[in-house]
Design a protein around this ligand. Structure first.
Ligand code: KG4
Ligand code: ZN
Length: 348
């Protein structure tokens, strides 16, 4: 621990298509956060190409870590631990971050902490920039978290730090995956979320009303129905001889259906469990329509990370790593990656 008792953690994230390293103080203050995105590389494949992703992580990981340390104006002596995403994610990508973390731990003597990528997304709600004013409040428990990314869509009840109960989740596509697939269907580029959001600005969400699958009596979601409904509508319009698809209206209708489902389920859970706040995290939490829905209609205190922290980054890994650090939960060099690792099976 450093002289003034602040705990500084180097976070490393390589679970999918962003190579990222960050230095985070006391689990909330971002000293540096470097994200090397591979989006432009994967765009031409219409999605993440796993082998290409891991090769790119190998190329980027050392310079990204070095840059994070330089931007933080710190040496390894100023740090207290190294936190690294252990899973879930692409095996070949996770291994690159894991090996970098182990190598650093070996040479510096800093302890290792394995972090679940999903808990990382949750803890992004505690983060703020070193230039920002510290927020007046931080999330309080019990909290209900809506975690919506390219690989996951879950509602999680958090009773206290590191205690997660998965209430429900998607039965088929993740919300971000649905955005990506529908974008491709209507001719928009990867990643689909930002493309659909952009197209929807000029669209009429009421021209095409897509079904909101309720799955009453559960906390689960299903997005395959709305995806298929968009596909059917596209085919119908094409059969009718429409040459140019009404992309904006289709995007707006789809976005409205998906954000509506997410909003209703999350609010029901927050009410039932008397949540002290709602946390929305993961790549899809960057969606403007989703944020506005909660901001304008929900009366629960809301914690949604700023846009740059919604998608994958290492600051969130440093933030979650801090909670494990103060709970004395360390890992060692024998730690392996977990490509599949539900939050409910994160051991304490
Ligand atoms: O959390 P993330 O960066 O990676 C995963 O862990 O999956 O999330 C990426 C996902 C992609 O599916 C992307 O289309 C979606 O987040 N996304 C959005 C927006 N920005 C990113 N979805 C809807 N609206 C957005 N503005
Ligand atoms: Zn993610």
């Amino acid at each position: 621990m450093t002289n003034n008792e602040q705990i500084r953690i180097l976070g490393i994230e390589t679970s999918c298509d962003e190579t990222s390293a960050a230095v985070v103080e006391d689990g909330c203050r971002i000293i540096s956060n470097i994200v090397a995105s591979q989006i432009d590389i994967h765009k031409k494949y219409g999605g993440v190409f796993p082998e290409v992703a891991s090769r790119q992580h190998v190329l980027s990981i050392s310079p990204v870590i070095e840059e994070a340390m330089q931007k933080a104006h710190m040496s390894y002596d100023d740090l207290d631990a190294i936190a690294v995403t252990r899973g879930p994610g692409l095996a070949g990508s996770l291994v690159v971050g894991m090996n970098a973390a182990k190598g650093l731990s070996l040479t510096t003597g800093l302890p290792l902490i394995g972090v679940n990528h999903l808990e990382g997304h949750i803890y992004s709600a505690w983060l703020y920039g070193s230039e920002d004013k510290p927020p007046l409040t931080q999330p309080d428990f019990p909290a209900v978290a809506l975690l919506v990314s390219g690989g996951h869509s879950e509602i999680i009840l958090i009773q206290s730090h590191l205690h997660y109960e998965r209430l429900g989740g998607t039965l088929d596509d993740a919300a971000g995956e649905a955005f990506d697939k529908v974008a491709r269907l209507i001719g928009l580029e990867y990643p689909g979320g930002p493309s659909i959001q952009k197209a929807a600005v000029f669209g009429d969400p009421n021209r095409f009303r897509f079904p909101k699958s309720k799955l009453e009596g559960t906390w689960d979601f299903s997005f395959s129905g709305v995806k298929t409904a968009v596909l059917r509508k596209v085919r119908e319009l094409q059969t009718e001889g429409m040459e140019e698809l009404p992309v904006s209206d289709l995007a707006a209708g789809f976005q409205s259906a998906v954000t509506g489902i997410l909003y209703e389920k999350t609010m029901d859970a927050a009410r039932l469990y008397n949540a002290r706040c709602i946390i929305i995290a993961g790549g899809v939490s960057a969606n403007k329509a989703l944020r506005e829905l909660f901001e304008n209609q929900s009366d629960f205190p809301l914690f949604i990370p700023k846009l740059s922290l919604c998608t994958d980054n290492a600051a969130m890994v440093g933030a979650a790593g801090y909670q494990r650090f103060i709970a004395n939960k360390f890992d060692d060099l024998a730690m392996d990656v977990f490509p599949t690792w539900p939050l409910s099976r994160v051991s304490l």
